[in-house]
Design a protein around this ligand. Structure first.
Ligand SMILES: [Zn+2]
Ligand SMILES: [Zn+2]
Ligand SMILES: [Zn+2]
Length: 256
């Protein structure tokens, strides 16, 4: 068995959104409080983090996270990587480099955006993160844990979800092709990004996510990357059977 903990379930703005006075943003229900999307997988004694969003430091503290065996990046939008520099805390605590995996495109953009880490050193020392960036589009291993990248289309940008055992975490996308559908068969737990009810150019909406769940037939599906259009309790009542809304702090187990 593995476990997946949702460290954040919000879309790029988070919920509440700065300056918004809507009923969800001002809700007292903690299920409507969503940090930016990220998840923590624990399996066979290993700890794997998915994405390092702007609230990564806060999420790591909340989850009592002190070390990771690997970090998986889905893509380089700020809501998924802007806490990247905070990975250096693991260097300080454990004296070890951190392994970060992403597609070749993701790795190139990270190197460019964080040139002070990966470029010519202007200054040595001073707390630079010690990170090994590893590019892969194909199945790879973190120690003995098999990780399969799932290619998905986020508008015109090719990004990735990940499958570990019978769990897949697939957030920012609105389209996927045959090979990826195959990689998502036979799941115990499917996590999908499902932004809101209204259509969106680069994300699935709730109805599209439900259709995908119906065609893939996982045991259970949880929706994440939710906007402030989604009131937890009201939308939960509309969902059927094996489909649920995720919320920050929710922990689920899955078959490996
Ligand atoms: Zn996102
Ligand atoms: Zn709002
Ligand atoms: Zn995105």
């Amino acid at each position: 068995m593995g476990t997946l903990e949702f460290l954040g379930t919000g879309t790029s703005t988070g919920v509440p959104m700065i300056g918004c006075r809507c009923s969800v943003c001002s809700s007292k229900d903690p299920h409507n409080n969503r940090l930016r999307a990220s998840a923590l997988v624990k399996i066979k004694g290993k700890v794997i983090l998915i994405d390092t969003g702007p609230e990564f430091r806060l999420q790591a503290l909340r989850a009592n996270l002190t070390a990771v065996d690997g970090v998986l990046l889905t893509h380089t939008h700020a809501d998924h990587v802007a806490g990247f520099d905070d990975l250096r805390a693991f260097n300080f605590v454990n004296g070890e480099r951190v392994k970060v995996f992403g597609s070749p495109e993701t790795v190139e953009i990270i190197k460019h955006n964080y040139s002070y880490i990966f470029g010519e050193a202007i200054q040595v020392g001073g707390g630079l993160p010690k990170i090994d960036l590893i590019a892969s589009r194909d199945t790879f291993y973190i120690d003995d844990i098999k990780v399969t990248p799932i290619p998905i289309w986020h508008g015109k940008v090719l990004v990735y979800g990940y499958r570990i055992g019978k769990m897949a975490y697939v957030t920012d996308f609105n389209r996927l092709e045959g090979k990826s559908l195959e990689l998502l068969k036979g799941l115990d737990l499917l996590v999908l990004g499902a932004l809101r009810y209204r259509p969106h150019a680069t994300h699935l909406n709730i109805d599209q996510a439900i259709s995908l769940v119906e065609s893939l037939q996982p045991q259970r599906a949880y929706f994440t990357h939710l906007s402030h259009d989604i009131e937890h309790e009201r939308v939960t009542r509309r969902l059927q059977n094996n489909i649920f809304l995720a919320y920050d702090g929710l922990k689920l187990s899955f078959q490996d």
